[in-house]
Unconditional design. Sequence first.
Length: 350
Amino acid sequence: MEHKIALLPGDGIGPEIVNEAVKVLDATAQKHGHRFDYTQALVGAAAIDATGDPYPAATHEICEKADAILFGAIGDPRYDNDPTARVRPEQGLLRMRKALGLFANLRPVQIFEPLIDRSPLRREVVEGTDFLCLRELTGGIYFGEHTREGDTARDVCTYTRPEVERIVRMAFELAAKRRKLLTLVDKANVLETSRLWRETAQQIAPEFPEVTIEYMFVDNAAMQIVTRPARFDVMVTENMFGDILTDEASVIGGSLGMLPSASVGERHALFEPIHGSYPQAASKNIANPMATILSAAMMLDHLGLPAEAADIRRAVGDALVAGVVTEDLVEKNGRAASTSEVGSYICSKI
Ligand code: IPM
Ligand code: MG
């Protein structure tokens, strides 16, 4: 079968890691007799440099027409320390999420056995961790009004019932297919938006009698993610809490360089590693491509190719066992493989 893929490498290490994911996708296509038809588009600082716009109309059009989007990273130090910059690379990502209606961000937190001892947490705490964080992605404080009047600044957090309903319902559906425990993370003891989330979840809960729902304040959740990560199954939360908690959760497994994600809506789906653009490593062929390769596996699941996706995950596991890993994962005295060596090794195991 033929699938149209939009490739958005973006900034920093984005182009290198997306390149490795494409190699792996092509190896998979060859084995299973598929064809991936790629169209590349600009986003982020790379797009600002070329067009002045971090999410140009031409990029949006390519994304709209694609069956799926594979995205690298966004961000550039030239903009990070300049609070007066009017155009920022990150605006491209946020506009893209909104324009494509990608309201749900799925971030699976899984442990790879060969990496357990690299975790900042003790082995006995980490073992058995396997949860899915579902982050709302197109609402809340990220998309409220951001204003400044004199010495007063304001960022408004708004949620509507339909916005909460669609993501909470998706969370229930995912939990029903897993271990059937759903944790809604909020700050309902302080925030009105959180009370709307809780009320909405309580109304939906009777539709899913097989799923147990629990409610947890975000500060408590931040603590339990590092003390008892294995207790969670599916976690659902609003945009900013999800941003913060998923960075925290991502290192449980030993490296931020391993975590894939999917951002999905009713009509479009985008797949990206959760790490950023890592500008210090850009163009050095040293960055870990595994999170992007695992994001490509999530993309294949989405395209209805689960056997192909499983092949990729197994091949990544083979690379970990063989120690063919980049410097972020290399053992003491071990030799770090380059980005492209890791990609090629994974291809050879497909
Ligand atoms: C993420 C990132 C983005 C976010 C930034 C780059 C705007 O941190 O995808 O988690 O905050 O959503
Ligand atoms: Mg983030």
